[in-house]
Design a protein around this ligand. Structure first.
Ligand SMILES: Nc1ncnc2c1ncn2[C@@H]1O[C@H](COP(=O)(O)OP(=O)(O)OP(=O)(O)O)[C@@H](O)[C@H]1O
Ligand SMILES: [Mg+2]
Length: 275
């Protein structure tokens, strides 16, 4: 991977006594209509960890992502690389976390793709030549360098997703919080994304329904349900725990991927959803 997206030193390596990358304690968030989306969520992630965030629809995964940056003002405590999130620190906390929204239409708002990808590094106050270098490298990393002059709102969903990922990579944040990064990607683009993320040193929290992405990329899995953590452990153990997964709206990988051939079987005979 290019230097564009390398994490800063403090975010990439754990050392004894170092601050956690993310330390979340007793987090609660209730939407205006009274829906309790986070109900006392505790989670600690060390620098350099790559963690899957799984759970059924409505578990609170996206709400948690939004709360990490203070976009939603949740009750409880969020510490990012040792810094407590509050009204005074919101801007510096946001510079430490690159957030990919689940819907790329929420991420892209500029007249051209290049403007969108340059927005983050510009906002960080980097010099113009560095902004351009990072932006072009991030576009190349997602294979979209030919699209820099295009209008983001005229692209296909998968193309938008790749541009949205580039807008996060161009910031070079030490922590990546990615909400469904592989959704809408065609298989080749999905495979390239996994290889790209695998090479990056950043701490990652990735919300996904793509369990093979978890198996291939993320050693630790956290399962949310009802707005709190219901399981947390090595992915290789959780992904084959049929009872746990089915209790939380998920299906073990081993149930539908033949271990010897890799052939995908599906009870109904129809094509499986790649996500
Ligand atoms: N704007 C909103 N107003 C009211 N309730 C909301 C709003 N957005 C989400 N919710 C509710 O909050 C809960 C958590 O939703 P959230 O989007 O965080 O789930 P999720 O785990 O990301 O689900 P998915 O896998 O479908 O993306 C759900 O009950 C949902 O219906
Ligand atoms: Mg979601």
């Amino acid at each position: 991977m290019t230097s564009t997206v390398k994490a800063s030193e403090d975010g990439a390596t754990a050392s004894p006594g170092a601050a956690a990358a993310l330390e979340i304690a007793d987090l609660h968030y209730t939407y205006q209509d009274g829906t309790e989306a986070l109900t006392g969520l505790d989670l600690r992630i060390e620098p350099g960890e790559k963690v899957a965030l799984l759970g059924p629809n409505g578990a609170g995964k996206s709400t948690l992502m939004m709360s990490l940056l203070g976009i939603f003002r949740a009750e409880g405590s969020v510490r990012v690389l040792g810094e407590e999130l509050n009204d005074d620190t919101r801007k510096s906390v946001r510079a430490k976390i690159g957030l990919l929204f689940s819907n790329p239409d929420d991420q892209l708002f500029s007249p051209t793709v290049l403007d969108d990808v340059a927005y983050g590094p510009l906002y960080m106050g980097l010099p113009a030549d560095e902004v351009m270098r990072r932006s072009r490298e991030a576009l190349a990393a997602v294979g979209m360098e030919e699209f820099e002059a295009r209008a983001p709102h005229h692209l296909s969903l998968g193309q938008k997703k790749r541009i949205a990922i580039a807008t996060v990579l161009s910031m070079g944040s030490p922590i990546l919080a990615l909400d469904e990064p592989s959704a809408s990607l065609a298989p080749a683009a999905r495979r390239e994304l996994i290889e790209l993320l695998d090479e990056l040193p950043q701490t990652m929290l990735i919300s996904t329904h793509d369990l093979s992405l978890v198996r291939d990329l993320l050693p630790r899995t956290v399962v949310l349900d009802g707005g709190r953590v219901v399981a947390d452990g090595p992915s290789e153990e959780l992904l084959v725990d049929g009872d746990l997964l089915s209790a939380h709206g998920l299906e073990p990988l081993s149930d539908h991927v033949h271990p010897a051939t890799g052939t995908t079987r599906h009870p109904g005979g129809s094509a499986p959803d790649p996500n």
